[in-house]
Ligand binder design. Structure first.
Ligand code: ZN
Length: 267
């Protein structure tokens, strides 16, 4: 990949990312997506100089020019992550033909949904149905359209991948009486399973548990906080991170072929 497409897709991603911030922050607040962006504290309507992704935050040193109130770190963070993920999606699924372009679009749209889900889950500890159902629909579209050929009938293992990997999450949710795991996580895993297949899906889930465990322990050590069993941990972002690690870097913590054969032998 050359440097110019990388810079272009990164900038494109940050612009989309700044829109995703608006979507995740205004969702369920009664304010629509339309209308000029305002300072959350003093209500000052923002000029274009204050709306440039990443740079505005840096120039203004993270605070409003008028009232000096701190601007949430979510803004530059989501913009940066969106830029990075857009580069990775273009790199992993380059739009060279009509068919591959459809795949690129599917993954770009999925990336947008997953970013909004992550931002919302971290803030509110809940995964909104509207976004996760759209993500699941997209994973079903991906089963049939794009990739190697424009239209293809998915294999049995590709079809069962989603429900099979989501099932343990539904059980965890049900057994723990809705405390350990939200049903939103199970819905998310359904889509991830359909996107990655059985082997990739299992790897993504295992990776997300490992990363969540390491980060939780590190967090406890750094903050010296007493572990509270009732502390809710948003798990969605870890699952999404696991998905991208498998999708882009093909990280395998388990033998994909072995996992698939083992699971399919029970069916
Ligand atoms: Zn202000």
């Amino acid at each position: 990949m050359e440097i110019f497409p990388i810079i272009f897709s990164f900038i494109f991603g940050t612009i989309i990312g700044s829109f995703l911030n608006v979507v995740s922050l205004r969702f369920n607040t009664g304010t629509g997506i339309g209308g000029r962006s305002k300072c959350m504290s003093c209500g000052k309507t923002l000029t274009w100089k204050e709306l440039v992704p990443l740079f505005s935050f840096l120039w203004q040193k993270g605070s409003c020019k008028k009232c000096q109130s701190k601007i949430s770190w979510q803004y530059p963070l989501v913009e940066f992550v969106a830029g990075t993920l857009f580069v990775l999606v273009f790199f992993t699924f380059p739009p060279t033909t009509l068919t591959t372009s459809i795949t690129t679009l599917i993954y770009l749209f999925a990336t947008c949904l997953l970013l909004v889900i992550s931002a919302y889950d971290i803030k509110h500890k809940i995964i909104p149905d509207q976004f996760v159902y759209t993500f699941i629909s997209l994973s079903v579209v991906n089963l049939f359209i794009g990739g190697v050929s424009l239209w293809h009938v998915p294999s049995i293992s590709a079809i069962v991948a989603g429900p099979l990997i989501a099932l343990p999450f539904v059980l965890l949710w049900w057994i723990s009486k809705y405390r350990w795991m939200g049903l939103g996580d199970a819905k998310l895993v359904l889509g991830i399973g359909w996107f990655l297949g059985i082997g990739g899906g299992v790897n993504a889930v295992v990776l997300s548990f490992w990363i969540a465990a390491v980060i939780s322990v590190a967090w406890l050590l750094i903050t010296y906080r007493k572990f509270k069993a009732r502390t809710e941990v948003p798990f969605g972002p870890y699952l999404i991170l696991g998905m991208y690690l498998v999708l882009v870097f093909h990280i395998q913590v388990l033998d994909v072929q072995m996992v698939r054969e083992l699971l399919m032998s029970y069916l």
